[in-house]
Design a protein around this ligand. Sequence first.
Ligand code: ADP
Ligand code: MG
Length: 316
Amino acid sequence: MSEFNLIAKYFTRHTQQADLGVGDDAALISVAQGQQLAISTDMLVAGTHFFHDAAAYHIGWKSLAVNVSDMAAMGAQPKWATLAIALPEVNEPWLAEFSKGFFACADAFDVDLIGGDTTKGPLTLSIQIMGEIPTGKAILRSGAKAGDDIWLSGMLGSAALGLAHLQNKTVLTEPALSRCLAALNTPRPRVALGLALRGVANSCIDISDGLTADLSHVLKASNLGAKLALESIHCDDYLRTHLNDANIQQCILAGGDDYELLFTAAKSQRDYLRQLSRQLQLPLSLIGETTPQLDLIITHRQKILNITKKGFDHFG
Ligand code: ADP
Ligand code: MG
Protein backbone atom coordinates (compact mmCIF):
# COMPACT_ATOMS: atom_id res chain seq x y z
CA MET A 1 0.00 0.00 0.00
CA SER A 2 1.35 3.42 -0.94
CA GLU A 3 1.78 6.17 1.61
CA PHE A 4 -0.86 8.19 -0.23
CA ASN A 5 -3.41 5.37 -0.08
CA LEU A 6 -2.63 4.74 3.56
CA ILE A 7 -3.29 8.38 4.45
CA ALA A 8 -6.47 8.41 2.38
CA LYS A 9 -7.77 5.19 3.93
CA TYR A 10 -6.89 5.65 7.59
CA PHE A 11 -6.34 9.34 8.25
CA THR A 12 -8.66 11.27 5.99
CA ARG A 13 -12.11 12.18 7.18
CA HIS A 14 -14.52 14.97 6.57
CA THR A 15 -13.67 17.89 8.86
CA GLN A 16 -16.25 19.95 10.75
CA GLN A 17 -14.28 23.01 11.80
CA ALA A 18 -11.45 23.43 9.29
CA ASP A 19 -11.42 25.39 6.04
CA LEU A 20 -9.13 22.78 4.49
CA GLY A 21 -8.12 19.43 5.94
CA VAL A 22 -5.88 16.55 4.84
CA GLY A 23 -4.71 16.47 1.22
CA ASP A 24 -2.93 19.68 0.35
CA ASP A 25 0.49 20.96 1.39
CA ALA A 26 -1.03 22.62 4.43
CA ALA A 27 -4.34 22.74 6.24
CA LEU A 28 -6.28 25.97 6.72
CA ILE A 29 -8.18 27.00 9.81
CA SER A 30 -9.85 30.23 10.89
CA VAL A 31 -9.63 31.33 14.48
CA ALA A 32 -12.74 33.19 15.58
CA GLN A 33 -12.39 36.86 16.42
CA GLY A 34 -11.55 37.53 20.05
CA GLN A 35 -10.07 34.05 20.47
CA GLN A 36 -6.49 32.95 20.97
CA LEU A 37 -5.08 29.78 19.45
CA ALA A 38 -3.86 27.38 22.15
CA ILE A 39 -1.23 24.98 20.80
CA SER A 40 0.37 21.95 22.41
CA THR A 41 2.37 18.91 21.27
CA ASP A 42 2.85 15.53 22.92
CA MET A 43 4.92 12.68 21.56
CA LEU A 44 4.45 9.01 22.41
CA VAL A 45 7.17 6.46 21.72
CA ALA A 46 6.60 2.69 21.73
CA GLY A 47 8.42 1.09 24.64
CA THR A 48 8.59 4.39 26.52
CA HIS A 49 4.99 5.62 26.69
CA PHE A 50 3.20 2.39 25.85
CA PHE A 51 4.10 -1.29 25.51
CA HIS A 52 5.05 -2.53 22.05
CA ASP A 53 2.15 -4.98 22.19
CA ALA A 54 -0.42 -2.47 23.48
CA ALA A 55 -3.74 -2.62 21.64
CA ALA A 56 -3.67 -0.30 18.62
CA TYR A 57 -7.13 1.08 19.53
CA HIS A 58 -5.83 2.15 22.93
CA ILE A 59 -2.71 3.74 21.43
CA GLY A 60 -4.93 5.70 19.04
CA TRP A 61 -7.30 6.87 21.77
CA LYS A 62 -4.62 7.74 24.28
CA SER A 63 -2.25 9.54 21.93
CA LEU A 64 -4.99 12.06 21.16
CA ALA A 65 -6.48 12.07 24.67
CA VAL A 66 -3.24 13.19 26.34
CA ASN A 67 -3.11 16.12 23.94
CA VAL A 68 -6.77 16.99 24.52
CA SER A 69 -5.99 16.98 28.24
CA ASP A 70 -3.47 19.79 27.73
CA MET A 71 -6.25 21.88 26.16
CA ALA A 72 -8.52 21.09 29.11
CA ALA A 73 -5.83 22.23 31.53
CA MET A 74 -5.65 25.63 29.81
CA GLY A 75 -9.42 26.05 29.71
CA ALA A 76 -9.26 25.81 25.92
CA GLN A 77 -11.78 24.23 23.57
CA PRO A 78 -9.85 21.62 21.55
CA LYS A 79 -10.59 21.88 17.82
CA TRP A 80 -7.84 20.72 15.48
CA ALA A 81 -5.01 18.19 15.55
CA THR A 82 -2.17 17.06 13.32
CA LEU A 83 -0.65 13.59 13.53
CA ALA A 84 2.94 12.73 12.66
CA ILE A 85 3.38 8.98 12.75
CA ALA A 86 6.40 6.75 12.22
CA LEU A 87 5.45 3.14 11.44
CA PRO A 88 7.87 0.21 11.32
CA GLU A 89 5.73 -1.45 8.62
CA VAL A 90 2.35 -1.12 6.95
CA ASN A 91 0.19 -3.36 9.13
CA GLU A 92 -3.37 -2.75 7.97
CA PRO A 93 -5.22 -4.44 10.86
CA TRP A 94 -3.08 -2.37 13.26
CA LEU A 95 -3.74 0.85 11.30
CA ALA A 96 -7.48 0.16 11.19
CA GLU A 97 -7.64 -0.25 14.98
CA PHE A 98 -5.34 2.70 15.64
CA SER A 99 -7.41 4.94 13.41
CA LYS A 100 -10.64 3.71 15.06
CA GLY A 101 -9.31 4.59 18.53
CA PHE A 102 -7.92 7.91 17.39
CA PHE A 103 -11.16 9.00 15.72
CA ALA A 104 -13.30 7.70 18.61
CA CYS A 105 -11.41 10.15 20.82
CA ALA A 106 -11.60 12.86 18.15
CA ASP A 107 -15.39 12.41 17.97
CA ALA A 108 -15.76 12.36 21.75
CA PHE A 109 -14.05 15.76 22.03
CA ASP A 110 -14.97 17.40 18.70
CA VAL A 111 -11.45 17.45 17.28
CA ASP A 112 -10.74 17.48 13.52
CA LEU A 113 -7.64 15.72 12.22
CA ILE A 114 -6.43 18.26 9.68
CA GLY A 115 -3.02 16.96 8.61
CA GLY A 116 0.17 15.27 9.56
CA ASP A 117 3.06 13.26 8.25
CA THR A 118 3.61 9.55 7.72
CA THR A 119 6.99 7.93 7.61
CA LYS A 120 8.77 4.62 8.19
CA GLY A 121 10.55 4.15 11.51
CA PRO A 122 10.21 2.87 15.09
CA LEU A 123 6.58 3.33 16.18
CA THR A 124 6.28 6.94 17.31
CA LEU A 125 3.35 9.34 17.42
CA SER A 126 3.65 13.05 17.61
CA ILE A 127 0.41 14.97 17.84
CA GLN A 128 -0.07 18.67 17.80
CA ILE A 129 -3.37 19.91 19.11
CA MET A 130 -4.86 23.33 18.66
CA GLY A 131 -7.79 24.90 20.43
CA GLU A 132 -9.52 28.18 21.02
CA ILE A 133 -9.77 30.29 24.09
CA PRO A 134 -11.19 33.80 24.52
CA THR A 135 -8.25 36.20 24.56
CA GLY A 136 -6.75 36.54 28.04
CA LYS A 137 -8.91 33.78 29.56
CA ALA A 138 -6.39 30.90 29.54
CA ILE A 139 -5.81 29.33 32.96
CA LEU A 140 -2.07 29.38 33.57
CA ARG A 141 0.16 27.47 35.96
CA SER A 142 1.45 30.78 37.22
CA GLY A 143 -1.85 32.23 38.42
CA ALA A 144 -2.23 30.61 41.87
CA LYS A 145 -2.59 32.97 44.84
CA ALA A 146 -1.49 32.29 48.43
CA GLY A 147 -4.42 30.84 50.40
CA ASP A 148 -6.14 29.37 47.32
CA ASP A 149 -7.97 26.10 47.78
CA ILE A 150 -6.36 23.24 45.86
CA TRP A 151 -8.91 21.11 44.02
CA LEU A 152 -8.64 17.85 42.16
CA SER A 153 -11.08 16.25 39.73
CA GLY A 154 -11.96 12.56 39.66
CA MET A 155 -9.74 9.92 41.19
CA LEU A 156 -6.01 9.38 41.26
CA GLY A 157 -3.92 6.25 41.19
CA SER A 158 -6.02 3.90 39.04
CA ALA A 159 -3.86 4.21 35.93
CA ALA A 160 -0.68 3.68 37.94
CA LEU A 161 -2.21 0.60 39.50
CA GLY A 162 -3.22 -0.74 36.08
CA LEU A 163 0.35 -0.19 34.89
CA ALA A 164 1.74 -1.98 37.97
CA HIS A 165 -0.52 -4.92 37.10
CA LEU A 166 0.76 -5.05 33.50
CA GLN A 167 4.31 -4.94 34.86
CA ASN A 168 3.57 -7.90 37.16
CA LYS A 169 4.26 -5.75 40.21
CA THR A 170 0.82 -6.43 41.63
CA VAL A 171 -2.10 -8.65 40.71
CA LEU A 172 -5.49 -7.00 40.27
CA THR A 173 -8.78 -8.86 40.21
CA GLU A 174 -12.13 -7.82 38.74
CA PRO A 175 -13.79 -5.38 38.92
CA ALA A 176 -10.76 -3.27 39.85
CA LEU A 177 -8.76 -4.74 36.96
CA SER A 178 -11.16 -3.40 34.30
CA ARG A 179 -11.45 -0.02 36.02
CA CYS A 180 -7.69 0.42 36.32
CA LEU A 181 -6.90 -0.73 32.78
CA ALA A 182 -9.60 1.57 31.39
CA ALA A 183 -8.06 4.47 33.33
CA LEU A 184 -4.65 3.60 31.88
CA ASN A 185 -5.70 2.89 28.29
CA THR A 186 -8.62 5.21 27.59
CA PRO A 187 -8.31 8.27 29.83
CA ARG A 188 -11.14 10.83 29.54
CA PRO A 189 -9.66 14.32 29.50
CA ARG A 190 -11.66 16.84 31.53
CA VAL A 191 -12.55 19.29 28.77
CA ALA A 192 -15.97 20.31 30.13
CA LEU A 193 -14.40 21.02 33.51
CA GLY A 194 -11.57 23.06 31.99
CA LEU A 195 -14.09 25.22 30.11
CA ALA A 196 -16.16 25.75 33.27
CA LEU A 197 -13.05 26.82 35.19
CA ARG A 198 -12.38 29.85 32.98
CA GLY A 199 -12.62 32.91 35.19
CA VAL A 200 -13.01 30.65 38.26
CA ALA A 201 -9.70 28.82 38.74
CA ASN A 202 -6.59 30.90 39.31
CA SER A 203 -4.28 28.15 38.04
CA CYS A 204 -4.63 24.70 36.50
CA ILE A 205 -2.56 21.74 35.32
CA ASP A 206 -3.42 18.24 34.14
CA ILE A 207 -1.93 15.35 36.05
CA SER A 208 0.27 13.43 33.66
CA ASP A 209 3.47 12.90 35.66
CA GLY A 210 1.95 12.42 39.12
CA LEU A 211 0.30 14.72 41.63
CA THR A 212 3.48 15.74 43.46
CA ALA A 213 5.41 16.52 40.30
CA ASP A 214 2.57 18.38 38.59
CA LEU A 215 1.54 20.34 41.67
CA SER A 216 5.19 21.33 42.04
CA HIS A 217 5.07 22.88 38.53
CA VAL A 218 2.13 25.07 39.60
CA LEU A 219 3.78 26.04 42.88
CA LYS A 220 7.05 26.91 41.19
CA ALA A 221 5.36 28.95 38.47
CA SER A 222 3.26 30.77 41.08
CA ASN A 223 6.07 31.08 43.64
CA LEU A 224 4.08 29.36 46.39
CA GLY A 225 4.09 26.28 48.60
CA ALA A 226 1.19 24.08 49.66
CA LYS A 227 -0.29 21.84 52.30
CA LEU A 228 -2.08 18.69 51.16
CA ALA A 229 -3.99 16.05 53.11
CA LEU A 230 -3.48 12.64 51.52
CA GLU A 231 -6.70 11.19 52.91
CA SER A 232 -8.77 13.87 51.13
CA ILE A 233 -7.57 12.62 47.74
CA HIS A 234 -10.18 10.48 46.05
CA CYS A 235 -8.99 7.09 44.78
CA ASP A 236 -10.38 3.75 43.71
CA ASP A 237 -11.70 1.78 46.76
CA TYR A 238 -9.40 -1.00 45.65
CA LEU A 239 -6.34 1.07 46.50
CA ARG A 240 -7.49 1.68 50.05
CA THR A 241 -8.61 -1.89 50.70
CA HIS A 242 -5.87 -3.90 48.97
CA LEU A 243 -2.65 -1.93 49.13
CA ASN A 244 -0.39 -0.95 51.98
CA ASP A 245 0.12 2.73 52.80
CA ALA A 246 3.39 3.01 50.90
CA ASN A 247 1.86 1.68 47.68
CA ILE A 248 -1.27 3.82 48.05
CA GLN A 249 0.97 6.84 48.41
CA GLN A 250 2.98 5.83 45.39
CA CYS A 251 -0.09 5.39 43.17
CA ILE A 252 -1.77 8.60 44.32
CA LEU A 253 1.19 10.95 44.60
CA ALA A 254 3.63 9.70 42.01
CA GLY A 255 1.60 7.46 39.70
CA GLY A 256 0.84 9.77 36.83
CA ASP A 257 -1.19 9.10 33.68
CA ASP A 258 -4.33 10.20 35.53
CA TYR A 259 -5.24 13.14 33.26
CA GLU A 260 -7.34 14.67 35.99
CA LEU A 261 -7.23 18.43 36.53
CA LEU A 262 -5.52 19.95 39.53
CA PHE A 263 -6.52 23.58 40.00
CA THR A 264 -6.51 26.32 42.57
CA ALA A 265 -9.31 28.76 43.29
CA ALA A 266 -10.26 31.37 45.85
CA LYS A 267 -12.27 30.07 48.81
CA SER A 268 -15.20 32.18 47.57
CA GLN A 269 -15.57 29.68 44.66
CA ARG A 270 -16.44 26.71 46.89
CA ASP A 271 -20.21 26.85 46.37
CA TYR A 272 -19.84 27.23 42.63
CA LEU A 273 -17.38 24.33 42.43
CA ARG A 274 -19.58 22.00 44.51
CA GLN A 275 -22.49 22.82 42.24
CA LEU A 276 -20.31 22.32 39.16
CA SER A 277 -19.27 18.91 40.47
CA ARG A 278 -22.93 17.85 40.64
CA GLN A 279 -23.67 19.32 37.24
CA LEU A 280 -20.75 17.53 35.55
CA GLN A 281 -21.27 14.39 37.67
CA LEU A 282 -17.57 14.51 38.38
CA PRO A 283 -16.11 14.43 41.89
CA LEU A 284 -14.19 17.60 42.73
CA SER A 285 -12.20 17.20 45.93
CA LEU A 286 -10.76 19.95 48.05
CA ILE A 287 -7.35 18.50 48.90
CA GLY A 288 -5.37 21.36 50.42
CA GLU A 289 -4.35 24.97 50.14
CA THR A 290 -1.50 27.03 48.81
CA THR A 291 0.84 28.83 51.22
CA PRO A 292 3.26 31.74 50.98
CA GLN A 293 5.96 29.42 52.46
CA LEU A 294 7.54 27.58 49.57
CA ASP A 295 7.52 24.00 50.90
CA LEU A 296 5.11 21.30 49.85
CA ILE A 297 3.84 19.60 53.02
CA ILE A 298 1.78 16.44 52.63
CA THR A 299 0.08 14.96 55.67
CA HIS A 300 -1.53 11.59 56.18
CA ARG A 301 -3.81 11.30 59.23
CA GLN A 302 -2.19 14.43 60.69
CA LYS A 303 1.33 13.02 60.29
CA ILE A 304 3.74 14.74 57.91
CA LEU A 305 4.94 12.44 55.13
CA ASN A 306 8.58 12.48 54.28
CA ILE A 307 8.44 12.81 50.52
CA THR A 308 11.13 12.98 47.93
CA LYS A 309 10.15 13.06 44.29
CA LYS A 310 11.57 9.65 43.56
CA GLY A 311 10.69 8.27 46.96
CA PHE A 312 7.69 6.21 45.98
CA ASP A 313 9.02 3.24 44.08
CA HIS A 314 7.87 0.67 46.60
CA PHE A 315 6.41 -1.84 44.15
CA GLY A 316 8.20 -5.01 43.28
P1 ADP B 1 3.99 16.59 1.75
O1 ADP B 1 4.85 15.72 0.90
O2 ADP B 1 3.53 17.84 1.12
O3 ADP B 1 4.52 16.76 3.14
P2 ADP B 1 2.48 14.35 2.51
O4 ADP B 1 2.46 13.34 1.43
O5 ADP B 1 3.39 14.16 3.68
O6 ADP B 1 2.64 15.78 1.89
O7 ADP B 1 1.02 14.48 3.09
C1 ADP B 1 -0.08 14.62 2.21
C2 ADP B 1 -1.25 15.12 2.98
O8 ADP B 1 -1.61 14.16 3.95
C3 ADP B 1 -0.97 16.40 3.75
O9 ADP B 1 -2.16 17.18 3.73
C4 ADP B 1 -0.68 15.93 5.14
O10 ADP B 1 -1.02 16.90 6.10
C5 ADP B 1 -1.56 14.70 5.24
N1 ADP B 1 -1.04 13.65 6.13
C6 ADP B 1 0.09 12.92 6.01
N2 ADP B 1 0.22 12.03 6.99
C7 ADP B 1 -0.87 12.19 7.78
C8 ADP B 1 -1.35 11.56 8.97
N3 ADP B 1 -0.68 10.57 9.58
N4 ADP B 1 -2.50 12.00 9.50
C9 ADP B 1 -3.18 12.99 8.90
N5 ADP B 1 -2.82 13.60 7.80
C10 ADP B 1 -1.68 13.22 7.23
MG1 MG C 1 4.92 15.17 4.57
